[in-house]
Design a protein. Sequence first.
Length: 231
Amino acid sequence: MRAALRQHFDRARRALRVSEAAPRPRCVGPGSAPSPRCWSCGGALSGVDAVPHFCPRCRALQPPEPRPDLFRLMECERSFRLDAQRLQRRFRSLQRALHPDRFGRRPQEQHYSEQHSSLINKAYQTLLHPLSRGLYLLELNGVEPAQETDCDADSEFLMEIMEINEKLAEPKNDEILGEIETLIKDRQEELTKEVTAAFERDDLQEAKKLLAKMKYFANLEDKLKNKKIPS
């Protein structure tokens, strides 16, 4: 039994290795917050032998952090420019290591594994898509969420959106819908490049305005999908 637990723990250690960029735990000094403790054995969860998500002493699965940094969780650089393949590999690795089926014998650990699985899915979806990734970056930088009203001053852009909406309101025409789909895709790609440039020069307000425009096109994309559903 102990050998099986050790083997499982070693697999988790490999799957959940801490990235080199992650900060090392610090010793608790006077006036510092107390070190988190394991719910199962009461042991300290910090230290050089600690493995993310597991107690280094009894190897029990721990609950997820209340407000984790999703970039750090997925071992991605905190940047709008993202390696999608690396994100996917990390997602699959975490899925395997923390799947609820691995913790069926201990209800508390299974409950925590379900929470981890939900968090992992949220992190993956948030970072995978340019719009949600950009909005999350704004949040991390203390910038208020982008709203569609942030680009109300751009009359030319709003006219373009209005024209597309009018076409979508017309009777269904597959040829026109195909043209709209291509237009939306092209504009989303253009905006993604502009948002990337804005974040890389640390122009958060410009990134916010561009993300507001991306919201418009995301709404148009949803309308287009609904329009294409057979009646």
